[in-house]
Design a protein around this ligand. Structure first.
Ligand code: SAH
Ligand code: SF4
Ligand code: F3S
Length: 435
């Protein structure tokens, strides 16, 4: 069709990486690349990586091994590594996989256009892993968002909290908030293109503060944009759940009644050892306050099981906390020791103990999720339809509580918010009929 080059992008990890991949693709498109879903026809393969757990990082190297095999037959194939493994491992990546052409850390994406032209000129071993977060925000301010019903918008990057187990403060740098004006501009532009829902992103999104504009103030100002019907945010930290933010859930109907609020553990001893900066009782208090202010609110969380020093009693306290809160959904992981973090110097628990505990917790969380979904049966919900489903005439959207719903419709309802009656529960999602 055209003489455009093709780029295959694989994104690992969190929503922040997904957002970044979209932005990197826009830079590539300006430089005459187009995206392909077929790695075999690619002129460039970009792996946007995650370093959060060992498994995530190791996946990158096995994928690089596979890409290298393609390059063996197609010597002008360019291979790039971006994201948190790029930042954390830097030059080591060239050592472990010499077929890689360029490495760009998340704090250097503003230099990506420059890097693309170097790559096109045949330069090898290009590396950019400096920390210049402010520059990065300045450059993404000018990029437009692709039209779709629900869009991520990064408003804050980095983390100053230094939980003892976590690599994010080292890969994403210190907390930086994006300019209020730039965020508004991006969201108003997006709304013109059909975006109905924004999901505000940040490693500690509720610590947002730009020249005195707090996170709740930002949400109030976004709620005034007529065409934006729904506002969500992730990931928030319990320490930054101020009363002002809690009240916003009562005052802003566009702020959806679903909150992802990671707690990691139900044991105060473990929370202290993790340097989380809050106790279990404070977490429960936030949940209770929110439930008073917004009756229909539901919660999601992250848990780490088998953190060094976790006893049966500590683990039981995590189970007790789940029983008390009743989560609508949650993610749970076995602790993974990450090089360079303070926790990596602690003695690890036995793998079998970790696995058994994770199994017990996941069983409980799955049950809670099913209970939550079952409760939606025969109820009506407002659903924002985001995409075409797999079956004939199927459309997939989300309820206000972020639960995926599939319906059948003769007309295309992507981008619409429609009333849906739920009539069936699948393993992690709902089915319903349009009202
Ligand atoms: N900023 C968010 C979480 C970012 S990382 C917060 O503070 O809650 C996403 C999740 O990955 C974390 O909530 C945690 O549950 C998990 N995680 C982070 N480091 C981990 C590690 N070393 N081992 C296992 N899970 C980890
Ligand atoms: Fe990691 Fe803790 Fe920062 Fe979350 S708050 S990104 S878990 S260091
Ligand atoms: Fe992973 Fe980096 Fe996100 S480590 S979870 S991609 S911030």
């Amino acid at each position: 069709m055209s003489n455009k080059k093709k780029v295959f992008i694989k994104t690992y990890g969190c929503q922040m990486n997904e957002y970044d991949s979209e932005k990197l693709l826009l830079d590539l498109e300006k430089n005459h690349y187009q995206q392909t879903g077929d790695i075999q026809e690619a002129d460039m393969v970009l792996l946007n990586t995650c370093n959060i757990r060992e498994k995530a990082a190791e996946k990158v190297y096995s994928e690089l091994g596979r890409v290298k095999k393609i390059k063996d037959h197609k010597t002008d194939l360019k291979i790039g590594v971006t994201g948190c493994v790029a930042q954390a491992e830097s030059l080591e990546i060239f050592d472990r996989q010499p077929a890689v052409d360029f490495i760009v850390g998340p704090q250097s994406y503003h230099k990506f256009p420059e890097i693309i032209s170097k790559v096109n000129d045949g330069e090898k071993n290009i590396i950019e892993t400096n920390f210049e977060a402010l520059d990065k925000f300045q450059s993404i301010a000018s990029l437009a968002v692709k039209p779709k019903p629900s869009a991520f918008v990064t408003i804050q990057e980095g983390c100053d909290k230094f939980c003892t187990f976590c690599v994010v403060p080292y890969t994403r740098g210190k907390e930086v908030s994006r300019s209020h004006k730039d965020i508004l501009r991006e969201i108003i532009e997006s709304a013109k293109k059909g975006v109905k829902e924004v999901i505000l992103l940040g490693q500690n999104v509720n610590s947002y503060n730009f020249e005195g504009i707090s996170f709740p103030s930002l949400i109030y100002s976004l709620a005034e944009i007529d065409d934006i019907k729904r506002i969500r945010f992730m990931t928030s930290h319990p320490r930054d759940m101020t009363d002002e933010l809690i009240r916003a859930f009562g005052n802003i109907s566009k702020l959806m009644p679903f909150l992802h609020l990671p707690v990691q553990s139900g044991s105060n001893r473990i929370l202290k050892s993790m340097n989380r900066g809050h106790i279990v009782e404070e977490y429960v208090e936030i949940i209770n306050k929110l439930r008073v202010i917004r009756k229909d609110i539901c919660f999601s969380s992250d848990f780490i099981v088998g953190y060094p020093g976790e006893t049966e009693k500590d683990f039981q306290e995590t189970i007790d906390l789940c029983e008390q809160v009743q989560f609508a959904q949650a993610y749970s992981f076995n602790y993974s020791s990450r090089p360079g973090t303070p926790a990596s110097r602690k003695e690890e628990l036995d793998e079998d103990v970790k696995k058994r505990r994770l199994h017990v917790l996941q069983d409980l969380l799955t049950k809670q999720q099913t209970t939550f979904l079952e409760r939606q049966k025969n109820r009506q919900h407002n659903v924002l339809f985001e995409k075409i489903g797999r079956g004939i005439n199927e459309y997939v959207g989300r309820t206000e509580h972020f639960s995926p719903v599939t319906v059948v419709s003769k007309e295309n309802i992507v981008g619409d918010i429609r009333r849906v009656e739920i009539n069936a529960v699948m393993s992690h999602s709902l089915r319903g009929v349009l009202k």
